[in-house]
Design a protein around this ligand. Structure first.
Ligand code: NA7
Length: 552
């Protein structure tokens, strides 16, 4: 493919993944920058997270009117969500609609997993290989692999001996699972478990939940969408609403409280919490008091309020005792919202097993054995989460300069500049990589900010004939320290969570997302761009490149 003076590349850019990130990036690079782009996607459909997570009750915790792309005013006006929170099938329909409406499918190769990506230093480009035998070259490698996409099925002894059916919430069968008349176990009570448990309980003959850590959860108050609100308040004001979300702390167009939980009277505090509980959703963590996430005393007031609500709901004293979260502050793990989660434990057919006190010893051919008891099941559901933020990167063999692998580079935890680039891996851009706000914000807002910033950067490079852009190692080191500094005073450091990699045995304990807020982060990214992409080494290279024809 290459001659002495000229290198012909297969594509200007290869994008990995066809979820929100990959679809948005493809459209932007192809349709606005005129680049040739190839997307590879493992699934046999687009949708990413929403293609895989089809478990019962799966829905997004962001309200639907802000869980969307903002690049097309027409799309914003045309699309109508049916629920206050978007359900998985509807989000998947939305992403399929986007793929069709913007004619994206012709540049997406489905059922294809990228297995390796190598930066060829002598030629300044990437060589990408897939499990389907593709071996292609591209100037830019862009990852849209998702933050929460590599499932964690714990290696519990005897797992493979189970003779019933087992599923992980993150790779749910497309045809669904029939729980009727079945004895079902759910292991795990994170977001997925908390969503799935009430729905499975309604169908199954019996449901036994194996809980390692009790959860704080706030009622979502899910309902059909308020059409008047959407037509009269949202659609005419979409620009302002989304602009507010972009510069907010967490990607939502909401006002954060400026009050301290410790500076109001006990009555006022109670009123505030009661109102947030009644309204439901993320308002509880965002809109009540400013110091819930930073001051343990303030946090205690919120935690105790939630425990008081759990006490009101759960009738059986033993079950209640197990459900009360006492060992970590509220919001130190992913803040949850639910529909009838605690109420479900009042059902006759539901039992809760505390595996902190009575650990699972093994999975047997017929069920699960704990230290105290033997249970029989037809189905086991692993709602045990993901190897978040780094898992999907490290499944691939990614090699930068000097053959250094990303795995080697990240031995002690992920190191990135802005969560966008890694020193030693030129022209590789990560959409919502570790070190960016990503999972601490409304994802489409975080994703679009990266899509815009990365593509503006690529445009800058192309206009100036710059061949490679690479994070400077000192800028990267400073960013990693900054990410740690920002996380330090928060509650996030006080729990074993997937934010810290604590759910995966052997994973370095490093706080991975950027906790400074999406608006603050956005400002930093803008300033860096305005300063000529400060912290990046830009190089024109020595070889002439014959660019691909515009979009194929
Ligand atoms: P999470 O939030 O990581 O939850 C996983 C749950 O599974 C959690 O309760 C874990 O307990 C439990 N778990 C994990 N490993 C084990 C083992 N080995 N044994 C028993 N229990 C275990 O994943 P989700 O899928 O619910 O949510 C992921 C994100 O998706 C969510 O935060 C949203 O952003 C969307 P633990 O709390 O670690 O003690």
């Amino acid at each position: 493919m290459s001659t002495n003076s000229e290198i012909h590349l297969d594509f200007d850019a290869v994008v990995i993944g066809a979820g929100f990130a990959g679809l948005g990036m493809l459209r932007r690079l192809r349709d606005e920058l005129g680049m040739s782009v190839q997307v590879y996607e493992t699934g046999d459909g687009v949708g990413g997270t929403w293609y895989w997570n089809r478990y019962p009750g799966a829905r997004c915790d962001s309200e639907s009117y802000v869980y969307c792309f903002s690049f097309s005013k027409e799309l914003l006006q045309d699309w109508n969500w049916s629920g206050k929170y978007p359900e998985q099938p509807e989000i998947l329909s939305y992403l399929n609609h986007v793929a069709d409406r913007f004619d994206l499918r012709r540049n997406i190769q489905l059922k294809t997993r990228v297995i390796s990506a190598k930066f060829l230093e002598d030629q300044n480009h990437w060589q990408i290989e897939t499990d389907q035998g593709d071996c292609v070259t591209a100037q830019f490698l862009i990852t849209g692999v998702g933050c929460i996409s590599t499932g964690n099925v714990p290696e519990i002894a005897g797992r493979d001996s189970f003779e019933g059916d087992w599923y992980h919430t993150g790779s749910w069968p497309h045809e669904g699972v029939d729980f009727v008349g079945k004895r079902v176990a759910v292991i795990g009570t994170g977001s997925s478990g908390v969503q799935a448990i009430p729905v499975i309980a309604e169908q199954a003959k019996s449901l036994t939940v194996f809980q390692r850590t009790p959860q704080y959860s706030i009622p979502a108050r899910h309902e059909t969408v308020d059409r008047r609100f959407i037509e009269e308040e949202v659609k005419p004001n979409y620009d302002e609403i989304l602009e507010k979300a972009r510069w907010s702390k967490s990607g939502f167009p909401v006002d954060f409280s400026e009050r301290s939980a410790l500076e109001v009277s006990a009555e006022e505090r109670q009123r505030t919490y009661d109102a947030a509980w009644d309204n439901g959703g993320m308002q509880f963590i965002h809109g009540t008091f400013k110091d819930i996430r930073t001051d343990i005393k303030a946090n205690d007031t919120a935690a105790e309020f939630i425990r008081s609500k759990i006490r009101e709901i759960v009738k059986d004293p033993e079950t209640l005792e197990k459900l009360l979260p006492m060992d970590h502050p509220y919001g130190s793990k992913r803040a949850l919202i639910d529909t009838d989660y605690f109420e479900t434990y009042n059902r006759e057919n539901v039992e809760l097993v505390d595996i902190r006190n009575t650990p699972i010893q093994k999975i047997t051919p017929t069920g699960i054995r704990t230290e105290h008891e033997e249970f029989e099941f037809d189905i086991i559901v692993f709602a045990t989460g993901f190897d978040a933020m780094t898992g999907s990167f490290l499944k691939m063999d990614v090699r930068g300069r000097n053959g250094l692998t990303l795995k080697e580079k990240w031995t002690d935890g992920p190191r990135t500049y802005l969560g966008i680039q890694v020193a030693g891996f030129p022209n590789m851009f990560m959409i919502t990589g570790p070190g960016s706000p990503s999972v601490l914000s409304n994802m489409p807002v975080a994703i679009e900010q990266h899509i815009e910033w990365i593509s503006d950067f690529i445009e800058f490079l192309r206009e100036r004939g710059i061949e490679t852009a690479e994070a400077d190692v000192d800028a990267e080191t400073e960013w990693v320290s900054h990410v740690n500094e920002v996380a330090k005073p928060t509650m996030f450091m006080l729990a074993n969570s997937w934010y810290l990699g604590a759910n995966i045995p052997g994973k370095p304990r490093v706080f991975m997302p950027y906790a400074g807020g999406i608006g603050t982060y956005r400002r930093k990214c803008c300033d860096i761009a305005d300063n000529g992409y400060e912290g990046f080494i830009l190089s024109s290279g020595s070889r002439k490149r014959a660019s691909m024809a515009a979009s194929s």
